[in-house]
Design a binder for this molecule. Structure first.
Ligand code: 5GP
Ligand code: ZN
Length: 120
C-alpha cells in the first residue's frame, strides 16, 4: 500500500506514477517495468511496493508477491535464458536504494520482444 512508500525515493515515485516508466505489469504489492539503461533488450526490474534498501528489510508477503511476478516477466520475455540479479547495498553495487530484482534476458533473437511485454 502507498503508506509503505518513501517521498524521496526514485522507485517509489515510479510506483506512484510521479516519474514515468515503461510498466510491464503490477500487483497490489509489486511493480514491474523496463530498466532505463538496459543490459539487454527487455531488461526489467521488479520492485516491491514497500520502500526498503535491503531485501532482508522487506516483509515476506512482499517478497512472496514479487517472485511470481519476476517469473511472469521472465516467461513473458519469450526467451529461454536470463539472469535474476539483486544487489544489496552500495558495496554490492546497488545504485538505487529501493529493493529491485533485475530480470535480464540473454537473447540472440531480439525481434518482437517489445510486443510480448504487453501480454502480462
Ligand atoms: P542497481 O545497480 O541499483 O542494482 O540497479 C539500478 C538499476 O535501476 C539500473 O539498472 C538503472 O539503469 C535503473 N534505473 C535507475 N534509475 C531509473 C529510472 O529512473 N527509471 C528506470 N526505468 N530505471 C532506472
Ligand atoms: Zn522506494
Amino acid at each position: 500500500s502507498a503508506s509503505h512508500l518513501s517521498d524521496n525515493c526514485i522507485f517509489c515515485k515510479i510506483i506512484r506514477g510521479e516519474i514515468p516508466s515503461q510498466k510491464i505489469a503490477e500487483t497490489d504489492k509489486s511493480y514491474a517495468f523496463l530498466d532505463i539503461m538496459p543490459l539487454s533488450e527487455g531488461h526489467a526490474l521488479v520492485i516491491p511496493k514497500y520502500h526498503a534498501e535491503f531485501m532482508h528489510e522487506v516483509p515476506d508477503e512482499y517478497l512472496a508477491d514479487a517472485m511470481p511476478l519476476a517469473k511472469k516477466v521472465a516467461v513473458a520475455s519469450g526467451l529461454k535464458y536470463y539472469n535474476i540479479l539483486q544487489n544489496n547495498g552500495k558495496l554490492a553495487h546497488q545504485e538505487v536504494p529501493h529493493v529491485h530484482f533485475h530480470v535480464i534476458p540473454k537473447n540472440k533473437e531480439e525481434d518482437g520482444l517489445a510486443m510480448r511485454w504487453t501480454q502480462l
